[in-house]
Design a protein around this ligand. Structure first.
Ligand code: AMP
Length: 128
């Protein structure tokens, strides 16, 4: 069970019309889509934290990345492959950061699995 599911069980209930990223995947809410595969969609974050800030989501509604690997390891592999494609397309040859926020304490705010791809500036560690 994912962190969010364990907290509230709200993830499944948020699917479809109630889920922001489901609605972006369906084309109901506009987004700047930069890459698509049969099972993933990548679009620019509306509040970018770096010169490149792209979110890659599975088309399937699952609350977290752990739920995605449980549901379909192949779709998780496709998501990670899309990270490499986006990084190449964005020219992030000097490096980039990938972030899966999982659960409220980790600052996950949209409970549809997604990976942040951040690049185009130097990163610091530890993250805040
Ligand atoms: P997280 O906090 O890890 O759940 O990330 C959710 C991300 O979705 C945040 O970085 C938001 O800026 C981003 N976001 C929220 N609404 C939109 C939107 N309509 N289009 C693109 N990105 C969005």
């Amino acid at each position: 069970m994912s962190a969010e599911s364990a907290e509230s069980g709200a993830g499944a209930a948020q699917a479809g019309a109630d889920c922001l990223f489901c609605r972006i995947v369906a084309g109901e809410i506009p987004a700047t889509v930069v890459h698509e595969t049969p099972n993933t969609v990548a679009f620019r974050d509306v509040d970018p934290q770096a010169p490149t800030h792209v979110l890659i989501v599975p088309r399937r509604h699952v609350p977290t990345v752990v739920d995605l690997v449980d549901a379909s390891p192949g779709e998780l592999a496709e998501l990670v492959r899309a990270v490499g494609d986006v990084a190449r397309m964005e020219g992030l040859d000097r490096g980039y950061r990938t972030v899966f926020n999982t659960g409220r304490e980790a600052h996950q705010s949209v409970f549809h699995a997604h990976v942040h791809v951040l690049g185009g500036r130097s990163m610091t560690w530890p993250p805040g």
